[in-house]
Design a protein around this ligand. Sequence first.
Ligand code: SF4
Length: 233
Amino acid sequence: MNTDKENSLLNNKIVYDITKFTHLDYPNHLACVIWFKGCNMRCDYCYNKDIVFAKDANFSLHDVLDFLKQRVNLLDGVVLSGGEATDYDLVELCKEIKQLGFKIKLDTNGTNFKNIQLLCKSKLIDFIALDYKAPAYKHKEITKSNKFNVFSITLQYLIESSIDFEVRTTVHADLLNEEDINYIIKDLKSRGYTKKYYLQKFLDTQNNIGDITSASNSFDDSLLLDDIEVVWR
Ligand code: SF4
């Protein structure tokens, strides 16, 4: 039975939307996506503008759990995304999701280290996709936040942990060039990251936070270092 505090957390309307089915967002899983409202960054290329700036949300965590109860045996994974899901205390939600038998993937910008650490230590997360937004010298310019240091702590923690995770970067060639990506590659290598490093192309949705369009600069893959395996999505 949940305590009053746990119930009030679960009653909060903090979920902007639910994607009921996806086979793209959680590798090798049939999953749904829970989109948490709000974010502590303002990345120029972000196409989830409506979610980031949403004042109100449509679903409580109880609503999410009611939905998931109807998806037992139909889905096997739940993706926690946003916005920035770790702006919220996700422990009780994740416990309930695990009890229903789902695996949990977390998409995060890595800036709420304590929440992420708690979820990992409590063995409530099965997979993390961590955004490495930009090298330290461009992180503020691209995210409009001052959070590289805490991101860096999260990255190091995950590298040293046994958590299954991946690092990924969105590339808009006017914002990040080959030198910037090489800087990230060298940083990952020096920290002991041995997994694949994913690059994803900027999606020109014409509804992004910075009102930016396709890059005018080109991006030459052949200039990238091969210190770690780089994979485009
Ligand atoms: S792309 Fe940036 S602004 Fe958009 S949800 Fe992710 S961290 Fe937040």
